[in-house]
Design a protein around this ligand. Structure first.
Ligand SMILES: Cc1cc2nc3c(=O)[nH]c(=O)nc-3n(C[C@H](O)[C@H](O)[C@H](O)COP(=O)(O)OP(=O)(O)OC[C@H]3O[C@@H](n4cnc5c(N)ncnc54)[C@H](O)[C@@H]3O)c2cc1C
Length: 228
């Protein structure tokens, strides 16, 4: 059924798709029609629909976070539709630091490995244990280790060999119990022996001073790569 996409991407342009699948449970992917053109969508903060999309939009909205305590770290199993910043805030509030430099990056956990999100000297790959995906061809869930994800600067296997082949369903992040702050970037250098909470707050202050909140002023963030 046709569906407006205006509220499903941060540029908020008026556009529609032919079919819209809202995925609240992973097993709904089994009955999703991938035979025509399709676009997997999280929160649409890195996606712009300039005109109507002639195909299906698959909106990943699965929720759930499981925390497994290990000897030297916390292994988090996170559903793809969880909001990234809310995850970061939850980890900081619960004494599981590590992700603070990545605070306030818009979007979902499921989209984060696609471009290996990064900011202020830290990239997602530092914490990735595994990425689970629904393999469209075989209709099965497969697991990639960090190494198999082929992470690079704003890059991963999901932009290459697995482009249009995989729907990321769950991400495993390992947060070491021993906190190793990264304070080499910009305003973080001014902090003297900060707590994770202070780094988290400084990142939020800095980011809020640089880029408008997409919910207040439609935008799609920065361009990370020179198109040439
Ligand atoms: C104001 C602003 C600031 C930003 N700052 C940063 C920053 O500091 N660092 C940074 O790295 N990025 C930044 N971004 C970009 C954006 O936050 C990331 O790319 C984020 O990971 C996008 O998440 P999303 O859920 O909105 O993805 P979407 O825009 O919905 O999707 C992005 C891509 O991932 C694919 N995708 C989404 N979900 C899945 C899934 N479950 N399985 C497979 N493929 C999927 C989509 O098909 C699409 O190709 C910023 C964006 C904005 C608007």
């Amino acid at each position: 059924m046709a569906q407006s996409l205006q509220s499903f991407h941060t540029f908020s342009l008026p556009s529609q798709c032919q079919h819209f699948y809202q995925i609240d449970e992973v097993n709904q992917l089994l009955s999703t029609d991938f035979s025509g053109p399709f676009c997997i969508l999280g929160e649409g903060s890195n996606t712009v629909f300039l005109s109507d999309y002639q195909g299906s939009v698959i909106h990943m909205n699965t929720k759930g976070i499981d925390i497994e305590q290990q000897n030297d770290g916390f292994l988090l199993h996170i559903a793809a539709g969880e909001n990234w910043h809310q995850l970061v805030a939850m980890t900081i509030a619960n004494d599981m630091p590590g992700l603070e430099n990545l605070a306030l990056i818009p979007g979902t956990v499921g989209a984060a490995p696609v471009q290996n999100i990064g900011a202020y000297g830290v990239e997602l790959e530092k914490f990735v244990s595994y990425v689970d995906y629904f393999d469209i061809a075989t209709k099965t869930i497969k697991r990639l280790t960090k190494g198999e994800c082929q992470f690079g600067y704003r890059d991963s296997i999901f932009k290459h060999a697995l482009k249009n082949q995989a729907v990321i369903t769950q991400v495993g992040l390992l947060l070491p119990k021993k906190w190793q702050p990264v304070l080499s970037y910009g305003p973080l250098q001014q902090l003297s022996e900060p707590s994770p909470q202070q780094v988290f707050e400084q990142i939020i202050t800095t980011r809020n001073s640089k880029l408008p909140n997409p919910s207040e002023l439609a935008n799609a963030g920065s361009f990370f790569k020179n198109p040439v």
